[in-house]
Write a protein that binds this ligand. Structure first.
Ligand SMILES: CC(C)(COP(=O)(O)OP(=O)(O)OC[C@H]1O[C@@H](n2cnc3c(N)ncnc32)[C@H](O)[C@@H]1OP(=O)(O)O)[C@@H](O)C(=O)NCCC(=O)NCCS
Length: 147
């Protein structure tokens, strides 16, 4: 598995991966493209067998990193792609002297919550009715001392 910076040509594949997960807040090709104009934004691809199989986007807002989106193709779930993408995010955070990594996750998204807990994140808050005015968002944080 190769973790690398995303390229324009990846965005259609990223949008297809989003579509594999109904209900997941999708950015679409245009959303990923728009991130290129944000100098704080980093988008990475996880490549398996020469093809993007997952992505992550985060903003490096020293002293924090905000994880905005992360998804992996259904065909390669539980093969460590998300963990590898998170591992790279941790490297960026450490290099940029960021002390904490923050994210929001749907309270019912058990796979993602399990992933983040396994990687040292803790629940630090909750935003009721955050998704479609129904599901709450859990606010998760990992601090740099753990990195
Ligand atoms: C959540 C998601 C990114 C995980 O991707 P993945 O590549 O399958 O995750 P990994 O293989 O790196 O899993 C690492 C660990 O996370 C946990 N985990 C991941 N998926 C899990 C599941 N379905 N059930 C329970 N634990 C899970 C496990 O601890 C796993 O380690 P293990 O396989 O050794 O048990 C993927 O399911 C996905 O794309 N979901 C839809 C999008 C989404 O919800 N993104 C999260 C945004 S906040």
């Amino acid at each position: 598995m190769l973790i690398r910076r995303a390229k324009k040509e990846d965005y259609a594949v990223f949008a297809a991966i989003e579509a594999e997960h109904p209900g997941y807040p999708a950015w679409g090709e245009k959303g990923f493209e728009a991130e290129e104009r944000n100098r704080h934004s980093v988008t990475l691809a996880a490549e398996i067998d020469g093809r993007p199989a997952g992505f992550i986007n985060f903003w490096v807002l020293r002293p924090q990193v905000q994880l905005n989106t992360l998804a992996v193709s259904r065909a390669v779930l539980r093969r460590g792609a998300a963990s590898a993408l998170l591992g790279k995010l941790f490297e960026y955070a450490a290099k940029s002297a960021c002390r904490e990594i923050d994210l929001e996750v749907n309270e019912h998204n058990a796979p993602a919550i399990a992933l983040y807990r396994a990687r040292g994140f803790e629940v630090v808050g909750k935003r009721p009715k955050f998704y479609n005015n129904t599901d709450a968002a859990l606010l998760l944080r990992r601090t740099l001392k753990d990195l």
